[in-house]
Design a protein around this ligand. Structure first.
Ligand code: AHR
Length: 678
């Protein structure tokens, strides 16, 4: 015992001398400096074998799960700044205020807004009728999505549909104002017709403001009808008119995602069948996309959001287009005739499944069909005659039990009969174990399902302890889509959950197991994706944003490190011939990238101690220079924020391979990637 301690002390002293004298990697920031001074307790010998195992890392391995939760679409990715622009919310004046009006008096002196129905039929039911009694005195204010983010010198597009009814209103003026009524930018349009007509105008903002509002006033008196009152920044993703928020898409694109799953999540299912997501209602002219209450609006008593609706300005066409922009496979998930089983669990009778199945077939035609097909023509009319080359479709989000399997079979039969090449994603329910999960998997396996979606919202510890989850999965069975997962620091969906380093590091450790099992795990995605700081319902989330800024959490940084270093072929990395799955907090996986000719080693150290690794590379030759990316932080509670968006983010450095051996020091609580040319 005494001898062993002496030996340990000697190794530690030798190691620290080496670090101090030569440095195994260059130290570029405080965290690294701190890590270097950590007492190194553990010395390990790892071996990477570069022989080809014939196991591919699928290009879809690391992707994105998008759901309109937490204001991710309206109020987030979709850059429209006016809330309830077409007066279609259940209470149709939500979002609009008439500051000079007494809402209890119909003899209002300045003017009055009433909401009128075009018709119960169709999709755009309502419009606003404004009676201006007092020239210049009447105003309508829109509060936006918890305010509007306005940027100095940026240009904005205002548009409105209007029809003059009586009197003579000569101008509709739009001003962007701050809380003190200062005007940050303004423009106007001149209505000249008693028929519906769209008017457009642009302006430049003179000041930046996070919580601006829009004020609409009128010149002249009379009655005028208004609809689709809209305000967009011009500087959108790819400069598309009425497009997507650039900074948010940039964060997604930077991840180099292998796929984009949309539109959810439970939002697919609806709390009732009547309120399920119907993709056909989200394509075509924007004003004809029928608004639907967002299922998350009152789901959680702790975060009610009664003003949360879906305008579908971000609809299925836009999702396909976004996938294409990012080089990601589009992966739409469709409802399967079951409303959310956490809510009503309403079922479509088996003999009434026809329209639901037809929706799936029509979606494939919309995405891939020739322009001489009905739905291919709709796509072409929207500006994309080329097919989107969709390869995957998901049937059901998080359903369970015999009702799901029974309905899934109907879809599978119809889709495979018409489109045998389409790969179908099925689901194993909301939990990663238990009766629903076992039943679902058993049935789906018997049916030779192609890909099964699994969801897990679990404590960080679970992630650290389950890095071997897929080691025992049948290599000949269905492939796995780890479609929704995230470490929950308090409890599933607790409002107190944090996107802290503990959660992110635990996910990084777990992900070595996803990678090591690339033979069965073909797609993976963190969930949920995005949250507005003032409009969220569910936490943790990968990206946080307000009306002007956004940042990636440590969890985002972990996902990005994996996705941008995914590689193409799985290699073996072992310690004493064994997998490295958590002994003393060490996790590792290795891949080759045949496109860049690189060996990529990922190592996670969740322990408090630094680890002194000596990694031998067998079965191939490497160059000497190793590029290193390290994310390290001793404080497990640490988070990124608007103030310090990159507090926990990878730092670059370098190391060398000497005599086929890479000697490195893993900082305590760190995730590192080592890349070397083969
Ligand atoms: O990601 C949030 C929700 O969690 C998803 O909508 C649902 O599929 C899961 O229960």
């Amino acid at each position: 015992m005494h001898k062993l301690n002496n030996m340990k002390k000697l190794i530690r002293a030798l190691f620290l001398t080496q670090v101090l004298v030569s440095g195994f990697y260059s130290c570029k920031n405080q965290e690294e400096a701190k890590a270097e001074s950590t007492v190194v307790e553990i010395d390990r010998e790892l071996v990477v074998n570069m022989e080809d195992r014939g196991i591919k890392i699928q290009p879809t391995m690391y992707g994105i799960f998008f759901e309109d939760i937490n204001f991710a679409a309206d109020g987030g990715l979709y850059a429209e700044m006016i809330k309830n622009r077409s007066f279609e919310f259940t209470l149709p004046k939500i979002g609009w205020v008439e500051p000079n009006s007494d809402r209890h008096s119909y003899n209002n002196e300045s003017g009055i807004l009433s909401v009128v129905k075009y018709s119960e039929e169709g999709t755009n039911h309502n419009f606003a009728r404004v009676e201006v009694k007092n020239d210049g005195g009447y105003a309508l204010i829109n509060e936006g999505f918890r305010g509007m983010g306005i940027k100095e010198d940026a240009q904005y597009d205002f548009s409105v549909k209007a029809a003059k009814r009586s009197g003579d209103i000569q101008k509709i003026k739009l001003q962007v104002i701050d809380s003190l009524d200062n005007v940050l930018g303004e423009t106007s349009v001149t209505p000249d017709s008693d028929s519906w007509k769209t008017y457009e105008s642009t302006f430049t903002a003179n000041t930046s403001e996070m919580k601006a509002k829009v004020k609409i006033t009128f010149e002249g008196e009379g009655e005028i009808d208004l609809d689709m009152i809209s305000l967009f920044p011009q500087d959108t993703w790819k400069g598309r008119k009425k497009g997507l928020r650039k900074d948010l898409v940039q964060l997604l694109d930077d991840m180099n995602p292998g796929f984009l799953r949309f539109p959810g999540g439970c939002i697919v299912e609806g709390r009732t069948l009547a309120r399920r997501y119907q993709w056909k209602k989200t394509v075509g002219d924007i004003e004809d996309r029928e608004i639907l209450v967002n299922r998350w609006n009152t789901e959680f008593a702790h975060r009610p959001t009664p003003d949360y609706y879906q305008s579908f300005g971000l609809g299925f066409f836009e999702y396909f287009q976004l996938s294409e922009d990012m080089g990601a496979e589009p992966l739409p998930i469709l409802g399967c005739g079951i409303a959310c089983q956490f809510n009503t669990g309403e079922l479509v009778p088996m003999d009434e499944m026809g329209p639901y199945v037809q929706d799936a077939l029509d979606l494939i035609e919309f995405a891939n069909g020739d322009t001489n097909t009905a739905w291919g023509q709709v796509r072409a009319d929207m500006g994309h005659p080329e097919p989107f080359n969709m390869k995957y479709i998901g049937i059901g989000n998080e359903q369970w039990g015999p009702a799901y399997i029974e309905r899934y079979k109907v879809f599978e039969k119809a889709i495979k009969a018409k489109y045998p090449e389409i790969i179908i994603v099925s689901g194993s329910g909301p939990f990663p174990e238990g009766d629903y999960f076992e039943y679902g998997w058993k049935q789906l396996k018997q049916m030779n399902a192609e890909i099964v979606d699994e969801h897990y919202y679990k404590p960080p510890k679970w992630f650290r302890e389950n890095a071997d989850r897929y080691d025992s999965y049948d290599r000949k069975g269905p492939r796995v889509f780890a479609g929704e997962y995230a470490a929950q620091t308090v409890a599933t969906a607790s409002p107190d959950n944090k996107n802290n380093w503990n959660a992110a590091l635990s996910e990084a450790a777990f992900m070595t197991g996803l990678e090591r099992n690339a033979e069965v795990v073909h797609l993976t995605s963190y969930a949920p994706l995005m949250a507005h700081t003032d409009g969220w319902q569910w936490t943790p989330d990968m990206i946080w944003f307000n009306n002007l800024e956004s940042f990636g959490t440590p969890n985002y940084q972990v996902q990005k490190m994996y996705a941008t270093n995914a590689g193409t072929d799985l290699l073996k990395i072992t310690e004493g011939g064994e997998k490295i799955i958590g002994k003393d907090g060490l996790y590792a996986s290795a891949v080759k990238d045949a496109k860049t000719n690189e060996l990529i080693i990922k190592v996670v150290n969740t322990s408090e101690a630094g680890q002194n690794l000596s990694i031998s590379v067998e079965g191939g030759n490497t160059q000497e220079n190793v590029d290193v990316l390290i994310m390290a932080m001793d404080d497990l509670e640490a988070e990124n924020s608007f103030k310090e968006p990159m507090k926990i983010s990878p730092k670059e450095s370098s190391a060398t391979i000497d005599g086929g051996q890479l000697n490195i020091t893993l900082p305590s609580r760190s995730f590192s990637i080592y890349k070397v040319k083969i």
